[in-house]
Design a protein around this ligand. Structure first.
Ligand code: ATP
Ligand code: MG
Length: 379
């Protein structure tokens, strides 16, 4: 009975968070797209050292807010996953600079990465989020100096819990361990529960590990914890290794060398500020940009514009017409045109079938420029 009662409140809590998150996500992602877009461009412009520091701080805050929105969205199950095959080792190497900044100076951050590529199939952004949370948890657990070790290994056997042991199956094991105080049995028992935290109000939400578990399970893996009081804690994540080839990893922190082009792009977005920053990024990369604030205006433009329009970049949720409906009509008018949807929600775009071009909101200049180039090159 107790058990059922606890589960119920747990489910209710989750539903509440989901409702709240879903409600604000759309607006929030638009705002973040504006922040990250402008700071991303500024970081490419000549700045004094002092100005650079300030812009980096704003950009970093925007990235953290993005992580927070994603974390909340995961609960409302509206988060947009973009899974692909990548090398976890490369991701960890990229992440080190940020991790070093996040954990204190008196904590040693050690990596021991497998010699062979640690290929996994997952959403890199989500995996980053998992690693960051585990590293921050370790930092918070240690009062003074200590060591956090991030290790990867490629081992035989399937990664997930219920996976049948297919012959030849391999998996990637990621362990993050710390030399902190460890946990009591009581803490260990509640570790993966939503809102379970031993941190002071305002310092922890208790969503980190339950989110991590959700992410890892979505990718067919499992996360476990071993810890004894006084002996630190070790979190072990195991993920099945896909058989596909490794796709090149996107580096979210490099803003130089954005891909360019000269094609004509129609940008449809109802939020004026988002439209402006997206337009500015694309113009800067050499594209000719036409913009419309909604479906009707876009259709008029498509009919009247004399030259070719190579790609339409459209928001999904707009007051006068959905992006999907617009695309249906637009492709009737311009059969050559490619379409990329921009959205922060999955259920906006019935993403499951046939939607090739999809850009997650909030986008960065790099994300936008890459997606546009990639889609145009598909033709
Ligand atoms: N490495 C660790 N050593 C000791 N205790 C830990 C460790 N990692 C997690 N914990 C315990 O588990 C609790 C839950 O962790 P979780 O990441 O889910 O939430 P949080 O860190 O408290 O808050 P949030 O991650 O949402 O900001 C922590 O409050 C802490 O008590
Ligand atoms: Mg945490």
């Amino acid at each position: 009975m107790r058990e059922i009662q606890r589960d119920l409140t747990q489910a209710q809590k989750l539903e509440l968070v989901g409702l709240l998150a879903g409600g604000i996500a759309h607006d929030f992602n638009n705002l973040l797209a504006i922040v990250l877009g402008h700071t991303g461009l500024l970081l490419n412009e000549p700045l004094s050292a002092r100005q650079l520091k300030r812009v980096e701080a704003i950009h970093h805050a925007g990235e953290r807010a993005t992580g927070l929105t994603r974390r909340l969205l995961l609960f409302s199950r509206r988060d947009v996953r973009q899974p692909h095959v990548f090398d976890l080792n490369a991701l960890i190497v990229d992440l080190m600079k940020m991790l070093r900044r996040l954990i204190r100076e008196d904590i040693d951050l050690v990596t021991r990465l497998s010699g062979e590529p640690a290929k996994i199939m997952a959403d890199p952004g989500q995996i980053e989020q998992v690693i960051i949370n585990l590293a921050i948890n370790a930092r918070d657990a240690m009062a003074g100096a200590g060591v956090v070790t991030i290790e990867t290994a490629v081992v035989d056997g399937a990664g997930g819990p219920g996976d049948p042991d297919t012959p030849g199956a391999r998996s990637v094991v990621l362990t993050i361990s710390d030399s902190g105080p460890g946990m009591t049995e009581d803490v260990k028992a509640h570790l993966f529960e939503a809102f379970f935290t031993t941190k002071a109000p305002g310092e922890g939400t208790g969503l980190g590990l339950v989110t991590a578990q959700g992410i890892i399970r979505q990718s067919g893996g499992e996360i476990t914890c071993e810890s004894e009081l006084g002996r630190g804690a070790t979190f072990t994540i195991s993920l099945p290794q896909p058989v596909d080839e490794v796709a090149p990893m996107a580096d979210p922190w490099v803003y130089s060398d954005l891909p360019r082009g000269t094609e004509t792009i129609l940008l449809v977005e109802d939020d004026g500020d988002v439209r402006e920053i997206a337009g500015e990024i694309l113009t800067q990369q050499g594209y000719r940009v036409l913009s419309a604030r909604g479906g009707d205006a876009a259709l008029q433009l498509l009919e009247r514009h004399p030259g070719p329009i190579h790609l339409m970049l459209t928001d999904v949720v707009m007051p006068d017409m959905s992006g999907r409906k617009l695309a249906e009509q637009a492709c009737g008018l311009r059969t050559e045109m490619q379409v990329v949807y921009i959205s922060g929600h999955t259920d906006d775009v019935v993403l499951h079938a046939g939607v090739l071009g999809f850009l997650r909101k909030p986008f960065t200049p790099l994300g936008l420029a890459r997606k546009v180039r990639e889609t145009l090159d598909l033709r």
